[in-house]
Design a protein around this ligand. Structure first.
Ligand code: ADP
Ligand code: MG
Length: 479
């Protein structure tokens, strides 16, 4: 369309154009959110109610770093959403700010081990970080010394005013720094032997005097994926470092992860332990109240909204992340309804939506065999079978396997897969005694049938058995 012609508001949109007003409509009406970002997990709050004790404990241990000594290693435990990451980031910001104020060389390196999950990657990330810092430091130092040399050359300064004995010493220092800068070679993403990555990190961190706190968040994921070598290597560094000191702060969602550690690593890492207990409903209310004041326009929340979000999240092992998700999702649903207030009903719908999203994600990522077992349960339920037993599931499952050319697992294995589905909260299975016929499992689906079925059928392999009706009928002939 020629943009210079005045568009006729009455004309129907062409086939390739959005209908007019698609966004106008949505933009009209009072927005509910003042600042939605505040409710997202990426936001780091400046105030963390009900974590004063844990934050003080961390600070008491880490203050050693500001005195130039090595703080004890710290291990932090707690379930998801108990404020571990938020508190640790808060403390590390404060530590760095204070160290700048007093000009003490102390820094924190944060690594999320869910993302950076191998020894190579952890060491490479640390090495490159310190290489960058060293190069920046050297460059600054060289600029300063070059200016000094110029001053000497044109007679605006004398050698006595510098920290050098003579001109030659200054030249040597400049040459050395230039050589150092040349030597720092960044670690590539892959390809080096691990000991080379380690020694590169070692030299980079030891280049200058400093105390470094290495924060390894989700440390249990690192150990699960790649063992405890990284922790072993990091925890014994101090005995060899000359200029710098390293202290480790590990954060774990899994309370039992130290069981898998080498005893030496375990005792070194757990010098100090801080536990983050789950929040109760009252504490969650405070947290939500504080955030909602910034997140929403004034007077948008009806008074039962925050207590209900808090109550739901308290049931979910006191997870503050869930509480904030609920509040944000409730706000989004209210916005979609074009109402100006959030009501209890929005929170209930938000709870359902989040729960369903979780189920969809869990089902979508199941292994194909488990998907087939689950699909067998669904087909039985659809046909009105109650108290479905393992044998019935197994019969349907076998037919489904034949249909799509999958290997058939033993009934034993299928029983195990059913237990896994039970643990994930997808089916509810109970063991019942059949008298002299032994025991069997009886199960029912605990997730919404239609949504679950469509997630299963979206799998390219299962999609092929969409028309499975005949097998279910055949089940009755079999038994
Ligand atoms: P964890 O690391 O223990 O899984 P997070 O620190 O990521 O938990 O916290 C989850 C969410 O809840 C984040 O958005 C965080 O900002 C918020 N949160 C947790 N505890 C508090 C608190 N005491 N005050 C305010 N917000 C909190
Ligand atoms: Mg965390």
């Amino acid at each position: 369309m020629d943009p210079s012609t005045d568009p006729d508001p009455e004309s129907a949109p062409g086939p390739d154009e959005a209908s007019p007003g698609l966004f106008d409509d949505l933009l009209s009406g009072e927005p509910i959110f003042e600042n939605k970002e505040v409710l997202r997990p990426s936001y780091t709050p400046r105030r963390l109610p009900h974590r004063e004790e844990q934050i003080n404990n961390m600070a008491t241990i880490l203050v050693t770093a500001l005195r130039g000594d090595t703080p004890s290693n710290i291990l932090i435990y707690g379930k998801t959403g108990t404020g571990k990451t938020a508190s640790a980031k808060f403390v590390s910001d404060e530590l760095e700010t204070t160290s700048q104020k007093y000009e003490v060389p102390c820094e924190v390196q944060y690594i999320n081990c869910e993302v950076t999950d191998t020894q190579y990657r952890v060491l490479a990330q640390l090495a490159n970080k310190f290489i960058d810092e060293n190069v920046a430091y050297i460059t600054e130092e060289l600029e300063r010394l070059d200016a000094r040399r110029d001053d000497l050359d044109d007679g605006t300064a004398s050698i006595e005013e510098t920290a050098f004995d003579d001109r030659e010493a200054l030249d040597t220092r400049i040459e050395n720094l230039e050589a150092d800068r040349e030597e720092f070679e960044p670690v590539p993403m892959t390809g080096w032997p691990t000991d080379r990555v380690y020694s590169t990190f070692f030299e980079a961190v030891d280049y200058r005097e400093r105390v470094v706190v290495i924060m390894l968040d989700e440390i249990d994921k690192l150990v699960e994926k790649s063992g405890d070598d990284t922790l072993y290597n990091l925890s014994r560094m101090n005995s060899e470092l000359e200029n710098s000191r390293v202290s480790i702060m590990g954060i774990s969602n899994d309370l039992k992860f130290t069981d898998f550690l080498d005893p030496r690593v375990k005792s070194s890492l757990g010098e100090e332990e801080i536990v983050f207990p789950p929040y109760d409903a009252t504490q969650l209310r405070d947290i939500l109240q504080h955030r909602s004041d910034i997140a929403f326009k004034p007077d948008t929340l009806s008074e039962d909204v925050i207590p209900l979000c808090a109550a739901f999240a308290a049931q979910e092992h006191g997870d503050a992340r869930r509480a904030l998700d609920l509040l944000r999702t409730a706000g989004e649903l209210a916005e979609r309804d074009r109402t100006e207030n959030i009501h209890e009903e929005h929170v209930r719908r938000a709870q359902e939506k989040i729960e369903l999203d979780r189920v969809v994600e869990v089902v979508r990522t199941l292994p194909t065999q488990s998907k087939l077992v689950l699909y067998a349960v669904i087909l039985l339920e659809e046909n009105g079978v109650h108290n479905i037993n393992t044998g019935e599931v197994f019969n349907i499952y076998k037919r489904l396997c034949a249909e799509i050319d999958m290997d058939v697992l033993t009934q034993r294995r299928v029983t195990d897969l059913i237990s896994e589905l039970d643990m994930l909260g997808i089916v509810n299975a109970v063991v019942v005694s059949k008298g002299r016929y032994g025991r069997t499992k009886e199960m029912s689906l605990s997730v919404p049938l239609d949504e679950t079925k469509s997630v299963l059928l979206a799998d390219s392999r299962l999609g092929e058995v969409e028309d499975a009706q005949p097998f279910v009928q055949a089940r009755f002939d079999d038994s």
